[in-house]
Design a binder for this molecule. Sequence first.
Ligand SMILES: [Zn+2]
Length: 67
Amino acid sequence: MKYCPNCRQMIEPRKHVNWFVLLLLCFITGGGWLIFYVPYYFLFKDAACPMCGANADDFPRNPPSEM
Ligand SMILES: [Zn+2]
């Protein structure tokens, strides 16, 4: 869990996957694009706040003490 300063609450950062685009690209390329996407997903794609989509790498693990 991390604290999102944008949403002002604790959030669980997650890598967002657009399943519609993923399936569409699989359909178009016959799955060949996954060879490029899988390394990209694990190496470069950043976990983000599920609420606002902001990159969660820089979020603090605890809310700021001043409330
Ligand atoms: Zn957020």
